[in-house]
Design a binder for this molecule. Structure first.
Ligand code: PLP
Length: 439
């Protein structure tokens, strides 16, 4: 009997034996094309440059507490990340994952307003149908009803406005500019209702991942959001935990959308699964306010700036930037989009095929004409996940796309090393799974 506490006690998973390139293998020898481990595995498995960097660092020093030391890999990683980031993100706070990065972002925002003489700012505005992590602050910030529900009484109060979700939010024939005007008016109305002097931060995923399925913004939505935040002195926090680190074709998703955040959370692809690591990046203004004030960020975890995790992340960046693996994301992503459109564009239950770079999704509907979702009791997303796994494909289907309860989509986040033939394999396996579910 296993003593592991599994995610799903009703369906314990098979045992993984090894990974190579884009494939994982279980102990029976079955292979799985890994396109859905929540957008972590950007380099595939067994990358010798990354594993070599990890073992070399272990031979030097595995751990040194940041209360006493900085380390060479932490310094070099921070330097590389700042050089790769949009102008303005200047400091890097290395943690162990995405939720920790978001938690750090929220607490840094609060400490910054205190130290800059704006203590009335306590309220966070985020968007419905977002996910920002599972620790209590990050969960409260996220706008996914189902994930929040059991813990609601424990969560801080956060305002949630509409996401920029063209497939369902934009009226038929409505120009992008008019749709964006409506979203900005809704945000401004919420700021007014709360009182601008009470608003701390606006939080958003530039491209929404798990809870909406690879939804990029429309037109100049984020440039307009940035302008609203600046006008009211509100901090803009981007959660690039899933969409960052090259997933959309640029190192930071923000680069596409004309807005630089004050604070940005990254994780997942940062360590590419070789080490658990995340980071919070912030502007010099925020860092310097605290440096020149209390001098101490009232936060921290034991494994901040872990040298082995930093060495792994640095090696990942070297692969992405020096070996130009990043350059594959846009062309392979477009090939994947075309292959999905060819195969599923006319499918009776495919409502939308969307995304950017190697961050793609299909929204599944009962009726294409009306966009009516399936009955949540049908568990379409769960059945698709199981059928795809059976077919040897790891993808990331989720339910609740429409409102947290209704709706289904499947997110595809393959490694950047995916070959042309493997694009075909992905689509073939997904097709087999779709046929099994919709037979
Ligand atoms: N933010 C986003 C956008 C995510 O997709 C996730 C995880 O899926 C998180 C935060 C939380 O990251 P972690 O699971 O590493 O804590």
């Amino acid at each position: 009997m296993s003593h592991v506490f599994p995610r799903n006690s009703k369906a314990p998973p098979p045992m993984v034996a090894r990974g190579q390139g884009p494939y994982l293998y279980d102990t029976t020898g079955k292979s799985y094309l890994n396109c859905g481990d929540a957008a972590v595995s950007c380099l595939g498995h067994g990358d010798p440059h990354v594993t070599g960097a990890i073992t070399a660092q272990l031979d030097q020093v595995a751990f040194a507490h940041t209360g006493f030391f900085t380390s060479d890999p932490a310094e070099r990683l921070a330097e590389r990340l700042v050089a790769a980031a949009p102008e303005g993100l200047d400091r890097v706070y290395v943690v162990s994952g995405g939720s920790e990065a978001m938690e750090s972002a929220l607490k840094l925002a609060r400490q910054y307003v205190i130290e800059s003489g704006q203590p009335t700012r306590t309220r966070v505005i985020a968007r419905r149908q977002s996910y920002h992590g599972n620790t209590l602050g990050a969960l409260a910030t996220g706008g996914n009803a189902a994930r929040r529900a059991p813990f609601d009484p424990l969560l801080m109060e956060v305002s949630h406005v509409s996401p920029c979700y063209a497939y369902r939010g934009q009226a038929e024939g409505e120009p992008d500019a008019v749709y964006v005007d409506r979203l900005i008016a809704e945000l401004e109305a919420e700021i007014d209702a709360l009182g601008p002097e009470t608003v701390l931060a606006f939080v958003a995923e530039p491209v929404v991942g798990a809870t909406l399925g690879a939804v990029p913004p429309v037109a100049d939505y984020f440039a307009r959001v940035r302008e609203v935040c600046d006008r009211h002195g509100i901090l803009l926090i981007f959660d690039e935990v899933m969409c960052g680190m090259g997933r959309t074709g640029t190192m930071f998703a923000a680069e596409h959308y004309g807005a630089v955040p004050d604070i940005c959370a990254i994780a997942k692809g940062l360590g590419a699964g070789y080490q658990p690591i995340g980071a919070m990046m912030c502007s010099a203004r925020i860092h310097d306010t605290i440096r020149d004030g209390s001098g101490f960020f009232q936060h921290g975890h034991t494994y901040l700036g872990h040298p082995v995790a930093c060495a792994a992340a640095l090696a990942v960046l070297e692969r992405l930037l020096d070996d130009r693996v990043l350059d594959r994301v846009t062309p392979v992503g477009e090939a994947l989009h075309d292959a999905l459109a060819d195969r599923f564009g006319q499918h009776a239950h495919v409502g939308d095929i969307r995304g950017v770079g190697l961050f793609r999704a299909i929204e599944l509907v009962r009726d294409r004409g009306t966009k009516a979702p399936f009955d949540p009791a049908d568990k379409v997303h769960a059945r698709l996940k199981a059928a795809a796994f059976e077919a040897g494909l790891i993808c990331y289907p989720m339910g609740g796309t429409v409102d947290g309860t209704q709706g289904d989509h499947v997110l595809l986040a393959p490694p950047f090393i995916l070959e042309d033939a493997q694009v075909g394999e992905l689509v073939d396996k997904l097709d087999r799974a779709m046929q099994a579910v919709f037979a």
